[in-house]
Design a protein around this ligand. Structure first.
Ligand code: KG4
Ligand code: ZN
Length: 342
């Protein structure tokens, strides 16, 4: 279905799928008028990970303030909005429900259409703030809950061509970090330590069957955890920086090679990287080098737009709005929503 992406729009995005309460106003799908994020990272850090019940309660506390802040900063009024785009899923169900119900309340009170958004499409559309998308494209989405290669032949069309068979890349980062005694979230900590170390430990790379675009990180995660425990049992001091660097090198090599393989197989004009793990320096650098070598245009959002935010939800919601996607007041959160239905 072809849509007119040049159409003028003003969309409020709302995101509460995990541990960030976020609201943002985006104009024409590409201009961020405001982007308010209340992070709960400090609250969950003492538990070593996100506690769903705690996340829901904090979303309830924050959502009204964050929405008001987004509207105030944007300089628009409720009447200026064409739609409210809200993350329907996937994510923590209790957390999703806070965003969905707030969006429904605003939609009802101000008579503004409601557009449901798949969280991963939001991560992909964060790239539209960098450059206009060109199709066909391949997007690598790497976050705490996802590792997916998505093929897009046009705006708002998503086909998963590769996915993880077990853990998400971010999950592996967080678990390895935890075993190394690093605070939550572990990804940025590993990234920081890895820069001081060398990839001297030979951890496995899961290539799977010849030509497979799927991923697997649980074997690597176990290999790193076993290595740390074995060294400790032998009374050896584990080099945190070298372990972090070697683990990161393994994740990075597999992600980059499979992404390039997908881009070639699907004759992609652009390669997009998205999700929290795309904040990783090594992954960014290797991806830039590999894309340059192959002559494929690479887009990666700025660090602030890599992790969960509502501007990306509004950007994807803009496409949903132009495609005529609407939800009514029966909209519910959906923890395991499929991207292919969008
Ligand atoms: O997209 P995101 O904010 O939330 C989800 O939708 O999951 O991604 C969070 C994930 C966490 O696993 C975190 O450890 C990881 O992204 N992450 C990183 C980095 N920054 C965040 N992983 C590796 N290197 C980083 N610099
Ligand atoms: Zn996310």
């Amino acid at each position: 279905m072809s849509i007119n992406v040049a159409q003028k729009t003003m969309i409020l995005g709302i995101e509460t799928s995990c541990d960030e309460t976020a609201a943002a106003v985006v104009e024409n799908g590409t201009i961020i008028r405001s982007n308010a994020v209340a992070s709960q990272i400090d609250i969950h850090r003492r538990f070593g990970g996100v506690v769903p019940e705690v996340a829901s309660r904090h979303h309830v506390d924050q959502i009204t303030l964050v929405c008001e802040e987004a509207i105030k900063e944007s300089g628009v009024t409720w009447d200026d909005l064409d739609a409210i785009a809200v993350t329907e899923g996937p994510g923590l169900i209790g957390a999703l429900l806070v965003g969905v119900n707030s969006a429904k309340a605003i939609s009802f009170a101000h008579h503004i259409p409601l557009v449901p958004v798949h969280h991963i499409t939001g991560h992909i559309y964060a790239n539209r703030f960098v450059h206009e998308l060109q199709f066909p494209l391949i997007a690598l989405v790497v976050s705490g809950g996802h590792t997916e290669l998505v093929y897009m032949k046009e705006h708002g069309s998503y086909h998963v061509v590769g996915t993880t068979r077990d853990d998400a890349a971010g999950e592996a980062f967080d678990k390895v970090a935890r075993t190394l005694g690093l605070p939550y979230p572990g990804g940025p900590e590993i990234d920081r330590l890895a820069r001081e170390g060398k990839p001297v430990i030979d951890f496995p790379r899961a290539w799977l069957e010849e030509g497979s675009l799927d991923f697997s990180f649980s074997g690597l995660k176990s290999a790193v955890i076993n290595y740390i425990h074995n060294e400790e049992q032998r009374g050896n001091t584990v080099s945190k920086v070298d372990t972090a660097s070697s683990f990161q090198a393994s994740v990075c090599e597999v992600l980059v090679k499979k992404t390039i393989m997908a881009a070639e197989r699907y004759s992609a004009k652009q390669l997009l990287v998205a999700g929290g793990v795309s904040a990783n320096h090594e992954i960014r650098e290797q991806m830039i080098r590999a894309a340059e070598k192959k002559g494929i245009q690479l887009l990666i959002p700025p660090l602030k737009l890599c992790t969960d935010n509502a501007a990306m939800i509004a950007a994807s919601g803009t496409i949903g709005f132009l495609k005529g996607m609407r939800a009514d007041l029966s909209l519910n959160g959906s923890a395991n929503l499929s991207i292919e239905d969008f």
